[in-house]
Design a protein around this ligand. Structure first.
Ligand SMILES: [Zn+2]
Length: 245
């Protein structure tokens, strides 16, 4: 099973990974057989060694909504939001993507984590700032102690957008995230996200952007654009280990 991990996130304190097609589809909402998806999720949990029955996932709605979860959240009831945060160990958080950016955060001082679903809509509504604000409120997180990892997602040349989105992105001040070429418009969501992280106080050397494009590499990754909407989802997972384990 092929996995992608970041050297910035510590193995001792955390379990984390980004999956690809070798872990199969892990989403229930894309038409796959439910029993197959459950089996894919169980195999992933045993491979990464986290408790399958504690996994918290989201019903992702392309919003800026952030929810703090505790160990009492049941894995069979996904939370309607686009970012999950927790400071509880043994509570794996999962984001599902197929071109959108999965973002994992780790506060190395207060031991809190986040899993964020950031597509165009979430990025332009600044779900990054919302998540960092909520981590500060709930866990007293300081952005200077946050490590951020942006997992495999769509690159700029694969992500053509319409003129309205191009102009909205410019109006929001993310000039370096857009490109206009022969009256076609392209957006790089990761450039928006990195700018937001830095504006919130996350330092450059604490940000890891994985270079894999899900659409360029659609034989490896699920890609909504490259597979014209008919595709599964890969996972970004993060969990604080218990100090006892
Ligand atoms: Zn690409």
């Amino acid at each position: 099973m092929k996995m992608f991990t970041s050297k910035l996130l510590p193995d001792v304190a955390l379990i984390h990974a980004f999956t690809c097609k070798t872990s199969h589809n892990i989403a229930f909402h894309v038409g796959d057989n439910t029993h197959d998806v459950i089996q894919h999720r169980k195999t992933l949990a045993s491979t990464l060694n986290y408790p399958h029955d504690r996994l918290v996932s989201m019903k992702q709605i392309h919003s800026d909504k952030v929810v703090a979860v505790t160990a009492t959240h049941h894995h069979k009831a996904p939370v309607t939001c686009d970012a999950l945060i927790t400071n509880e160990p043994n509570t794996p958080l999962m984001v599902m993507t197929a071109d959108c950016t999965p973002v994992l955060l780790y506060d190395r001082h207060t031991s809190a984590v986040a899993a964020i679903h950031a597509g165009r809509a979430g990025a332009l509504s600044n779900i990054i700032a919302n998540t960092l604000t909520k981590m500060a409120e709930q866990f007293h997180s300081d952005s200077r102690n946050i490590i951020a990892v942006l997992g495999p997602s769509i690159c700029q040349k694969c992500y053509e957008v319409n003129q309205d989105i191009y102009e909205e992105t410019l109006a929001l001040g993310y000039d370096s995230a857009v490109m206009c070429k022969a009256q076609r418009y392209f957006l790089h969501v990761n450039t928006v996200l990195v700018q937001q992280l830095q504006e919130c106080g996350v330092t450059k050397n604490h940000i890891d952007v994985m270079k894999h494009c899900t659409a360029c590499e659609h034989h490896t990754f699920f890609s909504y654009r490259a597979q014209k909407g008919n595709t599964g989802r890969q996972a970004g997972i993060i969990m604080l280990r218990s100090s006892l384990s």
